[in-house]
Write a protein that binds this ligand. Structure first.
Ligand code: C5P
Length: 222
């Protein structure tokens, strides 16, 4: 069967990662969570006290950083300079600052290059904000996934609870809406639905139903 590229974009907490992971597993494809790469850069910048508006300083740092993504039973693991940061990149501090870092065009350019290399062989499910519009413009299947902000906040809270991160739904609604605004209104590759993407509203869908909808579309193409 032909190995295709599947691009999944959408706002925070729409279920992209969970659903993309299932789709990749079922198809025997590689799953890449690009948000984790922006989070990894943000984590290191915070650790090294680099000003987040210092585009040049951040660029120097990124050029001297190794970011490695490894699949595992628990999902995608992320290593920064050999350190497993898979959990620590999900903290509130990183989440609150990642949109400022990802808005820098020079940082995006470096990470997009890495993402395109990872996807070159096909057989890939990649999720993020600009995958269908910039990273994998030629992807055979593009999905733009969303859900109401209330539903996304509820899901994020359940996720946070599992990770031991304290949060309330009210606080998450505000945080998610703010992050969506920054990601959608930035100049460099804003979060926007690609013209050829299929819109998937997951508000009323279970994880399995959403994954099945994408798998059906993929089967029609492969
Ligand atoms: O997907 P996740 O919520 O982990 O993404 C974290 C942040 O990384 C997003 O809010 C966005 O600022 C940035 N991001 C991006 N482009 C991507 C993936 C994520 O700008 N392709």
């Amino acid at each position: 069967m032909k190995k295709i590229q599947i691009a999944i974009d959408g706002p925070a907490g729409a279920g992209k990662s969970t659903i993309a992971k299932i789709v990749a597993e079922k198809l025997g494809y590689t799953y890449i969570d690009t948000g984790a790469m922006y989070r990894a850069v943000t984590y290191k910048a915070l650790k090294q006290n680099i000003e987040l508006d210092d585009a040049k300083g951040l660029e120097q740092m990124v050029l001297n950083t190794s970011i490695v993504l490894k699949p595992s039973e628990k999902g995608q693991l992320v290593f920064v300079d050999g350190e497993d940061v898979s959990e620590v990149i999900r903290t509130n501090e990183v989440t609150a600052n990642v949109s400022q870092v990802s808005a820098h065009p020079n940082i995006r350019q470096i990470l997009v290059g890495k993402q395109q290399e990872l996807a070159a062989a096909g057989g890939i499910v990649m999720d993020g904000r600009d995958i269908g519009t910039h990273v994998l413009k030629e992807a055979e299947l593009k999905i733009f996934m969303s859900a109401t902000v209330e539903e996304r906040a509820k899901r994020r809270q359940i996720d946070n609870e599992k990770r031991g991160i304290p949060s309330s739904v009210e606080q998450l609604i505000e945080e998610i809406a703010h992050r969506d605004k920054l990601d959608s209104e930035r100049e460099a590759s804003p979060l926007i639905q690609a013209e050829d993407a299929i819109y998937l509203d997951t508000t009323e869908l279970s994880i399995v139903e959403a994954a099945q909808a994408i798998l059906k579309l993929a089967e029609e193409l492969a």
